[in-house]
Write a protein that binds this ligand. Structure first.
Ligand code: PMV
Length: 355
């Protein structure tokens, strides 16, 4: 078999949801209550790189993330590693693996490191194990690691269909527009905090589904938002997509706020950013920027590359007052891809990660 004793390396990136997923109808299989839509970010700005080595010479599995050897007995790590075992079983491989993964941005900082990490892990394992799974199959497996990860299997604008089968076979992501259709689109990630979020999205979603009667309204409106978004995107109508992006983010955060106990991710700086973007749009007489927030206080400002400077100027006072720590700008990006051996994170000689 050729799967042994060679290092395979791949790179993938996070995605930012424009129509948000919040709530599961099946916790174990990670089946969502509503469909969602996202833009995959360019790996030029934010990425995860993962190398895999499968060898008879390895005595045990080892998994490194950002230089730290993971404890495979830790429940969270164990859960993620289940995906590895699943794929290994599918390939009928029994040998041990060394997996080395690196993010070029801080994990758990609200920049969707789990989506990027899991999508890249599954992509690289598919290649290393020579499984030849389709992107749809990869998306179904990624979904079971972290819901939003199923969208990072594709580039461009991606919809994760909620599906209705109890076994989850029809709950996967699909590309709606490729990254070249409207390549001018950018996401400007405005970092206002580096703190780990207080409520994990998993716990928060569960709380919402259990306690918030508004969630049913949310699940029908997200379907409407997806249809409206796709129509406006087809016409490259920025004003309309911005209206939908802003409305959907506010709706999800209103849902969080009205959950018992109330979940609040946004902080003073987040609200100041919302004010600045709304003022900018009012001054321009049309929307040239849209804000959206995931389960955290950091903002994502969507704008066309040609309007980026105006957005930066509108946020300048918040940078000067140190409310904004940093802004990372990313173009719309593509699907995970394989890298050549010069990018490997594993030293074949010592069978260990490079320092
Ligand atoms: O899949 P998770 O557990 O990372 O949850 C993602 C939830 C949001 O980021 C808030 C929305 C989304 O659709 O990405």
């Amino acid at each position: 078999m050729t799967v042994f004793d060679k290092v395979v390396t791949a790179r993938g990136s996070p995605n930012i949801a424009f129509i948000k997923y919040w709530g599961k109808r099946d916790e174990k299989l990670i089946l969502p209550c509503n469909s969602s839509l996202s833009m995959t970010l360019s790996s030029d700005t934010l990425n995860t790189t993962t190398s895999v080595l499968i060898s008879k010479k390895l005595e045990k599995d080892a998994f490194y993330i950002d230089g730290v050897l993971q404890d495979l007995q830790d429940p969270d790590v164990k859960e993620r590693f289940e995906i590895v075992n699943k794929l290994r079983k599918m390939a009928k491989v029994k040998e041990k693996m060394l997996i080395v993964s690196k993010n070029n941005f801080p994990a758990s900082s609200g920049m969707a490191s789990s989506a990027s990490g899991i999508a890249t892990l599954i992509y690289v394992l598919n290649a290393a194990l020579e499984l030849k799974l389709t992107q749809r199959e990869l998306s179904i497996i990624a979904r079971q690691g972290s819901g939003s990860a199923c969208r990072s299997v594709f580039g461009g604008i991606v919809v994760w269909k909620k599906g209705s089968n109890p076994d989850g076979t029809d709950s996967y992501a699909e590309q709606i527009f490729d990254e070249n259709y409207w390549a001018e689109l950018t996401d400007n990630i405005v970092i206002v905090t580096q703190e780990k979020k207080k409520v994990s999205s998993r716990a928060g979603m569960k709380q919402t589904v259990q306690t918030n009667p508004l969630y049913e309204m949310r699940y029908s409106s997200s379907e409407t938002h997806i249809k409206e978004f796709v129509d406006a995107y087809k016409d490259k109508d920025f004003h309309r997509i911005a209206d939908i992006i802003i409305a959907d983010s506010n709706e999800m955060h209103a849902l969080m706020l009205s959950t018992k106990p109330s979940i609040r991710y946004l902080n003073k700086a987040s609200y100041a950013i919302m004010d600045a973007i709304e003022e900018l749009n009012a001054k321009e007489g049309k929307n040239i920027a849209a804000y959206t927030f995931d389960a955290g206080a950091n903002a994502h400002i969507i704008t066309l590359a040609s309007n980026r400077e105006k957005v930066m100027n509108a946020l300048k006072h918040l940078q000067d007052s140190k409310e904004i720590i940093e802004i990372k700008s990313s173009k719309i990006g593509g699907a995970p891809f394989e890298l050549n051996e010069t990018e490997s994170l594993i030293d074949m000689q010592s069978m260990s990660p490079y320092n």
